[in-house]
Design a protein around this ligand. Structure first.
Ligand code: NAP
Length: 321
């Protein structure tokens, strides 16, 4: 039976991996910073050599409290958690001979790629301008996601970006000269469990909703697929792990209205200027990601529409405070 080491296993994403490991009946161990300071190379290496592990799953990182705006203030923690830690893990896992997977984010991209009628491809960074919205409605087939071969365009190198997104892009860049690992890109996680980190819960709790276009990841599907990639011995490297397709927030709201909250009206921010003036400090990434590379491995993942519908139909409301 495989034995898996999980960093950040008590966090939001890490808990989904732990749940999936329990479902599979695999042996696992959660390592916490308070127990072993895994951010220190010699400490981590000593630990990795002290027990047998077949895979290390890194769900540790810093995503800001209460949201990514927090990363603008906590810049040292953000860099240490999202850029320095992956490099330390790459060095220690390589020394110890352990394959590993890093939970990255699709938030290092903005917009989508659009195929023009003449066959050329352009990048649209903002999918909410009236011109792009019109094209999206008329010719949705022209819109394509960023692939793993595309350079991040919402990063310190290709700004503007949030400090969080910049740190996540840097966390991928430091791994470029290393091998023996997966980079799993998660994006706007959701599932059927009502809680403050779940996208479907957030949409219901916002005073006003921010409309945009995104690829998103069902959290349980994400954890399953990441472990499947390793189990099936897919090639190491970077994978966009989102449910195929994309959604607008308006569409998500309409499904929530239909399944969970009939009759409730949702208010939307008029445009970016109103949203950023009143509700957000740092730019948000909104983007479409391509999943062809993931699907080509043979790993199965349902469409985003199916995953949302299933989450809403099996919705587990949070207990009342
Ligand atoms: N949640 C999202 O929406 C989302 C989306 C895309 C990608 N991600 C990525 O997924 C990873 C996990 O995110 P999460 O939402 O599960 O975060 P989380 O709930 O805050 O859990 C992160 C865990 O990381 C560990 N950690 C290590 N260094 C840390 C530091 N400097 N500050 C805070 N925690 C630190 C902690 O575990 P111990 O203290 O127990 O060791 C903590 O429980 C991150 O890399 C994040 O960038 C998250």
């Amino acid at each position: 039976m495989p034995r898996i080491l999980v960093l950040g296993g008590t966090g939001y994403v890490g808990s989904a991996f732990v749940q999936e490991l329990q479902l599979r009946g695999w042996d696992y161990r959660i390592l916490r910073r308070s127990e072993v300071d895994y951010s220190q190379f010699p400490v981590l290496l000593r630990f990795l050599r002290s027990e047998r592990f077949d895979l290390l799953v890194n769900c540790a990182g810093y995503s800001g409290k209460p949201n990514v705006d927090g990363c603008e203030l906590e810049r040292a923690d953000t860099l240490l958690g999202n850029a320095t830690l992956p490099l330390t893990l790459a060095c220690a896992c390589s020394e110890a001979g352990i394959p590993w997977g890093h939970v990255s984010s699709g938030c290092i991209f903005s917009g989508a790629k659009v195929r023009n009628p003449d066959g050329t491809v352009r990048v649209e960074r903002d999918l909410m301008t009236p011109r792009v919205q019109e094209e999206l409605v008329q010719f949705p087939e022209r819109f394509h996601g960023f692939t793993e071969a595309d350079e991040p365009n919402f990063s310190f190198r290709n700004g503007p970006c949030s400090f969080y997104s910049g740190s996540k892009a840097l966390g991928e860049e430091v791994l470029l000269n290393h091998s023996g690992h997966f980079v799993w890109r998660l994006r706007i996680p959701f599932n059927s469990v009502d809680q403050s980190r779940n996208y479907l819960s957030k949409v219901q709790r916002y005073s006003k909703v921010y409309d945009n276009v995104n690829s998103i990841s069902h959290l349980g599907d994400f954890a399953r697929v990441c472990l499947d990639l390793w189990e099936k011995r897919a090639a190491f490297g970077t994978y966009n792990v989102v449910n195929p397709g994309w959604v607008t927030t308006r569409k998500v709201v309409s499904r929530i209205q239909a399944v969970l909250t009939p009759g409730r009206q949702y208010e939307f921010w008029r445009d970016d200027s109103e949203f950023y003036a009143q509700a957000a400090k740092t730019p948000r990434s909104n983007c479409i990601l391509d999943v062809s590379k993931l699907l080509a491995t043979g790993v199965k993942i349902r469409s985003v529409d199916e995953a949302i519908e299933d989450s809403l139909l099996h919705w587990k409301p949070a207990p009342q405070a």
